[in-house]
Design a protein around this ligand. Sequence first.
Ligand SMILES: Cc1cc2nc3c(=O)[nH]c(=O)nc-3n(C[C@H](O)[C@H](O)[C@H](O)COP(=O)(O)OP(=O)(O)OC[C@H]3O[C@@H](n4cnc5c(N)ncnc54)[C@H](O)[C@@H]3O)c2cc1C
Length: 375
Amino acid sequence: MTSSVSDVVIVGGGIVGIATAYFLAKSGVKCTVIERDAVGSHASGFAYGGLSPTGDSDASGNLLPDARVSNEGMRLHREFATSLQAETGINTEFRERPTLSLAFTEQEVRTAKAHVSKLGQIEGWTARWLHAADARAIEPRISDEALGAIYSEGGADVEPYRFVLALLGAAENLGATIRHGEVTGLKRESGRVTGVVLNNGEVSSDCVVLAAGPWTGDASSWLNIPINVSPLKGQILRLRAPGMPFRVSIGWDGNYATTKPDGLLWTGTTEEEAGFDENPTPEARDQIMTSLLKMIPSLEDAQLVQQTACLRPLADDGQLVLGGVPDWDGVYVATGTGRKGILLGPAMGLITSDLITKGATDIPIEQFSPSRFAR
Ligand SMILES: Cc1cc2nc3c(=O)[nH]c(=O)nc-3n(C[C@H](O)[C@H](O)[C@H](O)COP(=O)(O)OP(=O)(O)OC[C@H]3O[C@@H](n4cnc5c(N)ncnc54)[C@H](O)[C@@H]3O)c2cc1C
């Protein structure tokens, strides 16, 4: 059992926790991330890595309600694209990536056309509707059944595990530390947090950030207020596909596929309520292959190289959970990023760091308050 002291303790070594550590350390704050498994060993390391502010990679995807947080996430990713490599030598494989979002029915075409103008309003984005022949001129392998597609530019992608490792390296260079252990409770005196209890000791601190992804709900019993966050499982296939690499991302109905810099075609995904089970399943594999072949029928002979499964942290109202906890001075929650945590993670970290170091943030976050679950 070991005891130590830190200005700020961050529970969870996913993208949100590591980004928070990075920005705190950059502000000169001594912080410790506590991770019970390995950094980036859950969703933050096994996501697809798409950076897009739309709800899904499909023609009808709604824009995220928190446009300011997602724009901030995109801005930070563009900065990190060069700075992290310079600081750590790790290439996060950031790439600008156009998307063809397919429509297969007249209804999908109508929704897609309406969506084009919304997409065009996003900072740094252009989008246009393409008839099937024009879409096929960009990527001839899309299905003959597709009636057309939105072609959009402005999105990008990263390799999420490399991104988290690079951010960790940069945070450590600035003085952040990682401690292995499982947080099992919080300590409080006179309404203020005084530390965290671990399975292997304690860390004293008067500031704690709960960034434990889908497990953040465990803190409900520590805080004695509900934090209604639960896991939404998703799976991805990495395939060795015949033919030339895909130069664009192909999307439809929440599914996506593209060739990543590792030369494999990554495709997904599912949305499953399976508790905290992170095992890949044959049912998900078949479902993802069916959607892939609907988009790109010629990939029937693609060989499965790896199947991954991980858990998105989702609040029961679908919103972010971001801000201070009532009656627990010094405790902050940062989670609820759902399908967009790789995009949003850096912004979540910066906002949380600003709350701690400046007591305020440039981006309004009242609607994301963790106190809303207790009302
Ligand atoms: C299939 C799939 C594809 C995705 N694709 C994309 C995408 O293309 N683009 C995008 O933007 N987002 C994507 N996401 C979403 C994104 O991966 C998540 O929103 C994001 O990774 C959540 O990050 P996090 O740091 O909150 O949580 P996590 O990555 O889950 O990290 C939380 C960490 O906390 C640790 N922890 C939990 N409890 C404790 C405790 N008590 N003590 C110590 N440590 C603890 C865990 O071990 C874990 O490492 C995808 C998700 C899935 C499932």
